[in-house]
Design a protein. Sequence first.
Lengths: 179, 153
Amino acid sequence: MTPANKTYIGYALVGLGIVLAFVVGLPAWDGISALNVAIEERQELIASRQSVIQRIDSLYSEYQSRESDVSKIESIVPSKKALPEIITAFQTIAQQNGMQLLSLSTGEISDPSSTEILKRMTFEITVDGGYIAYKSFLDSLEKNIRLVDIDEMSGSANVNSIGQINTSFAIRGSFYYIK
Amino acid sequence: MGVVVLLIIALISGGLYFWKMSRESALADLDAQLLALEASRNREAESSLLTLNDQIGTLSRLMDGHTYWSAGLSTIESLLQSEVQIASFNATRGEFNVTIKALNLTAIARQVASFTANEEITDIQLSEVNVLTDGGIQANMRIFFDVNKFLKP
């Protein structure tokens, strides 16, 4: 082999090396850089998810240990309308405070487009009795375990056909449930 | 010389190629871990906690806005002058309308002054002041109040 041929073969081998570097080496290097970034992201994601899962587990254990407190929330704002319960509550509160429940009606504020989980029901009641009893009735209603909000109220004294003074009160308000 | 260069480049390229393979394998392991974590999620716990969170948020807003009309009535009662009687009332959030009866205009004036002096009451309007057949005075009074003070215990 002549020295010139050796030189050509040498150049050819170097050229082959350069081609190899471009075809295998450089793409592999680029790939490694991208993979390192992806691995780092996945590791962070795994660490963050593990931490979230641990937090959820810990919160859920606490949730289970405080089930009685959680059920109180259900009593304040139940997950259904529970109309019979609220009617009974109005009747009981009126009786306990020496008032006579004369009328009761309920309605619902309906908004199908609303994404709000809280649903509002309205009520109107009329009660008969003395002012002191009414104040006590109002106080009991406001402190009732199922949340009741009073929006409007009125009261007036009337003289009936046999000359007795009757004081009647009307209340319009709201109670709620979570859908 | 050409052989040496080719060998070095081949070694480096091969090394990089195998390194890349090992990185790909590590990434696949991490993806499998992520899938396992996803599968280990306690959906029931998450759902219960989310519901509770909604309930607490909702309840908190409701409790903040909860009003106590019994407190408002007590305030009106405490400010009522002995020579004044309430014949009827009508109350909405922010406004308390009363029809009062008094012996004379001086008593009405005292009553207005008594209500005005209270910091929970923001304004008073008096209308339809009439003299009754028994000589007494009847008047309609609109009492405007600060809901956050007047209707809170």
